[in-house]
Design a protein around this ligand. Structure first.
Ligand code: FAD
Length: 471
């Protein structure tokens, strides 16, 4: 029998719209799907790691239904793959590309080792619509500003998604696999898991259903509703996109079909998908976006570090309703509405003048839809230190924002128990999700503001002026 190929799955937990699988099937070889809990994956934040574990377990079932298996192994990727190649006599390994610096370094090392061994090592697209090196400005560089980027990509051809095969060719014998339960990928979620579990949608089938439901109705109102956190007005596909449970090309084509049907809002939706691309392209070209001020002149800004105010922000106890509702939404649902993300990030970096990195790290620990590129771009955008960022002097006022985007107080009451005489289940669930060590109790009443908005704003602007005020 021909020697098998190893399919190394990472953030592409699906069988359709997957160029790596199409290429692998074309070889005619038996396929051995593998997922590796490597140090890069071990380092994920609590919520993302827990959610990924559920996605992997679900994907293993999907593969079993297609006559295949998902082999689970733990350890550094190259060592694990070397062992698997030795055990199975595999001809090589295929995978879908990722673009964060840690993944790129790991994958490059795997590829050169395979090459040195004389085996096949192939990386394929699949996580993005456009490979980062294929979108260039007229001068040949990468785009730093979204609007011209969008003009450059919106009319591009995107290959049609390929359907999932009914079956995957299996090898004669299967290598041994770990049991996912033994990995305890949810350990760091503690009490939060039981609460957030009610809000996640795991797997390709759930992702597809969500996309179809969104594009059949809510997308028509997306332009207005996407800014209203109390409404179910967005696709909520970020959770599935980040683990590759739905292919971005499938979403793009479905969004384009809705646009061509004349569905108002569909073009804005496509534009949001392009924001995701833009974030990835920036991360590919300027990986420092993940942990350093993208604009180096921000290094001299007197950012504050850890302290009681940051802790109050983390705990949804700032006394600022929009900020607290959004932070609590994150502990209850695992995600946060985009408007909430902008508000809490602006509040932390401006009213509290705290370094954006603290916020970025906290989101990485708490979001089930954590995405390295979108999170970094979002935080640096809010802080003013990033490419195409909101200017630092344009400071969101969370009090006026909440009146504008939550005029009836539905979002606030949904997540802040202390604001209702009869709090709903989600407001109460916050207290069941957060660590007991925070000592929170709805009976104690809602806290007063930890910072006066006018004073916080004035302090931030003075600091900004003090560093010269230039962008
Ligand atoms: P929809 O409105 O339905 O949009 C469809 C898809 O487009 C999203 O699923 C997402 O893939 C993409 N998208 C939409 N808005 C953005 C954006 N501003 N930037 C990049 N991609 C976008 N998104 C994440 O997926 N993971 C993160 O960790 C993350 N962290 C963020 C942190 C901050 C401070 C900010 C301001 C934004 C962050 N975002 C992040 C972007 C955005 O908030 C979410 O993508 C969006 O709220 C997800 O909800 P949705 O799927 O319903 O989006």
């Amino acid at each position: 029998m021909t020697s098998p190929l190893i399919l190394w799955f990472r953030r592409d937990l699906r069988l359709d719209d997957l160029p790596m699988l199409t290429a692998a099937l074309a070889t005619g070889r038996p396929l051995i799907p593998v997922f590796i809990l490597d140090p890069e994956t071990e380092a994920l934040g609590a919520a993302a790691k827990w959610r990924l574990g559920l996605g992997v377990a679900h994907f293993a079932e999907r593969l079993a239904a297609a006559g295949s298996r998902l082999i689970l192994r733990r350890g550094p990727a190259r060592e694990v793959l070397a062992a698997l190649v030795a055990e199975t006599g595999a001809a090589g390994v295929m995978w879908s590309r990722l673009y964060d610096p840690a993944a790129k370094a790991r994958d490059a090392a795997v590829k050169s080792w395979l090459k040195a061994e004389g085996r096949l090592g192939e990386s394929h697209p699949g996580h993005l619509l456009f490979e980062p090196w294929t979108v260039e400005t007229g001068q040949g560089g990468f785009y730093r500003v979204f609007t011209p980027y969008w003009r450059a990509v919106r009319g591009r051809d995107v290959a049609a998604p390929v359907p999932a095969p009914a079956r995957l060719p299996a090898p004669e014998g299967w290598p041994a696999s770990d049991r996912i339960e033994d990995w305890r990928m949810g350990a760091a979620m503690r009490r939060g898991a039981a609460v957030v579990a009610g809000h996640i949608r795991v797997g390709a089938e759930a992702a597809l259903a969500r996309m179809e439901a969104f594009l059949a109705g809510p997308v028509a109102r997306y332009d207005a509703a996407r800014d209203l956190p109390a409404e179910d007005g967005t696709s909520r596909l970020s959770e599935n996109l980040t683990y590759g449970e739905i292919g971005i090309r499938r979403v793009w084509h479905a969004g384009m079909a809705a646009h061509l049907r004349g569905s108002a809002g569909a073009e804005t939706f496509l534009k949001e998908l392009a924001w995701r691309e833009f974030a990835y392209h920036l991360m590919h070209h300027t990986p420092q976006i993940l942990d350093r001020n993208w604009k180096a002149e921000w290094d001299s800004f007197p950012w504050a570090g850890e302290g009681p105010q940051v802790e109050a922000w983390r705990r949804g106890m700032t006394g600022e309703p929009f900020v607290d509702a959004a932070m609590r939404e994150m502990y209850v649902t695992g995600t946060m509405h985009n408007r909430g993300r902008m508000i809490v990030a602006s509040y932390l970096t401006k009213h509290l003048m705290t370094h954006w990195k603290l916020g970025l790290d906290w989101f990485a620990d708490c979001l089930t839809d954590w995405d390295p590129a979108a999170n970094a771009m979002g935080w640096q955008w809010a802080a003013g230190s990033g490419p195409d960022a909101a200017p630092y002097f344009r400071i969101f006022n969370p009090a006026t924002q909440v009146e504008k985007f939550d005029p009836k107080g539905l979002y606030r009451r949904r997540f802040i128990a202390e604001m209702s005489r009869a709090p709903g289940a989600e407001a109460m669930a916050f207290f069941a999700a957060v660590p007991l060590s925070w000592g929170l109790d709805p009976g104690r009443g809602y806290p007063g503001r930890i910072v006066d908005l006018a004073e916080g704003r004035a302090r931030a602007l003075a600091a900004y002026a003090g560093r010269g005020g230039g962008e």
